[in-house]
Ligand binder design. Structure first.
Ligand code: ING
Length: 319
């Protein structure tokens, strides 16, 4: 972590957005792209680089196939492994940490949509398995594409986590997690300073004719509001563009605890954005507006963990 100016706690943070990964793209080719962006990010002062969700393959949950076929073609049974090793080697050589999303098949044969946090020595210091799995588990033959995360992945088996790494308190999540306020609160209640995530967000909704511009709108307001309400920096890396004709939004961003966008990509290709993050920028908000310990009233929030879906209004005292 570099100290510059008025002794601020800073971390060089980069988001490495990926353009399309097609079915025909090999992991070797993809990892070559990741290494290239890691080097560019390092050149721009990055100490931590955020890669997308399921970064090593095309977004395969858009295709109907058997679990066996999916696991054979798109899952990693070890991390690192020979195909990904060049990324770990480059990270260690340059002294840069990274977040990487991939499809994990555990030794016990359990499938997860996973992200890892790797430190400057190339050591995996944290692992998160996606909790909010969107989409469906049945085949929708009439849909233009599928969204089979509920079929191919198990729900994560550990709560949202925060890790002390690279000189910061870093929380991790994945894609759809960012839409749920509970995700962010769980990490800010563990004193996160920075939340990193990758995403693959289709432009089109298979369930109803949602106006396309809303995808980007909801993506950005979610990150900006969540960063502000939880006093964290947020860094979100897209895999985007048209993968074998299936379009996904870009809009990779680094958002400050003020809720303002500090950097945003402008293409749907491989693109690096970088910010020299002031980790203490959130301190003012934590001391005043969002001093959780002074202002939160969990005794009035019980429904948030007691109920899954909406239910009856709570009984009230007679007015
Ligand atoms: N993708 C999408 C996401 O949450 C989605 C799925 C899009 C759900 C829009 C609801 C609305 O960004 C993944 N992979 O979660």
């Amino acid at each position: 972590m570099s100290e510059t100016g008025k002794n601020k706690r800073r971390i060089g943070l980069a988001v490495a957005q990926m353009g399309p990964v097609h079915l025909a793209d090999t992991r070797e080719r993809v990892v070559g792209r990741l290494v290239e962006m890691l080097r560019e990010a390092h050149g721009r002062g990055a100490e931590l680089v955020v890669f997308p969700e399921l970064a090593l393959t095309t977004f395969f949950p858009r295709y109907w196939m058997s679990d066996e076929e999916a696991r054979q073609r798109f899952f990693e049974t070890a991390m690192p492994n020979p195909q990904v090793q060049p990324l770990f080697d480059a990270a260690r050589e340059l002294g840069v940490g990274f977040y990487l999303g991939y499809a994990e098949l555990t030794p016990e044969g359990v499938p997860f949509n996973t992200a890892i946090l790797v430190d400057k020595a190339g050591t995996i210091v944290g692992k998160y398995r996606k909790i909010h799995l969107p989409g469906h588990d049945d085949h929708k033959p009439d849909a233009p594409f599928q969204h089979l995360e509920k079929k191919f992945f198990n729900v994560g088996d550990e709560p949202f986590g925060v890790w002390d790494a690279l000189g910061a308190r870093i929380g991790m999540c994945l894609c759809n997690d960012r839409r749920w306020p509970e995700t962010w609160r769980m990490m800010s209640l563990q004193s996160a300073e920075l939340v990193v995530l990758g995403y693959n967000t289709p432009s089109h909704n298979i369930h109803w004719p949602e106006p396309v511009h809303l995808r980007m709108h909801h993506h950005l307001i979610t990150l900006q509001a969540s960063a502000y309400q939880n006093c964290v920096w947020a860094a979100a890396a897209a895999k985007c563009g048209s993968e074998d004709g299936h379009h996904m939004i870009g809009g990779s961003v680094i958002v400050a605890p003020t809720g303002e966008i500090a950097a945003q990509t402008v293409t749907e290709d491989d693109e690096v954005i970088a910010v020299n993050v002031d980790l203490d920028l959130a301190e003012t908000f934590r001391r005043n507006v969002f001093d959780f310990a002074r202002h939160r009233r969990p005794e009035h929030y019980s429904l948030i963990t007691e109920r899954v879906g909406p239910g009856a209004p709570l009984p009230r005292k007679p007015v």
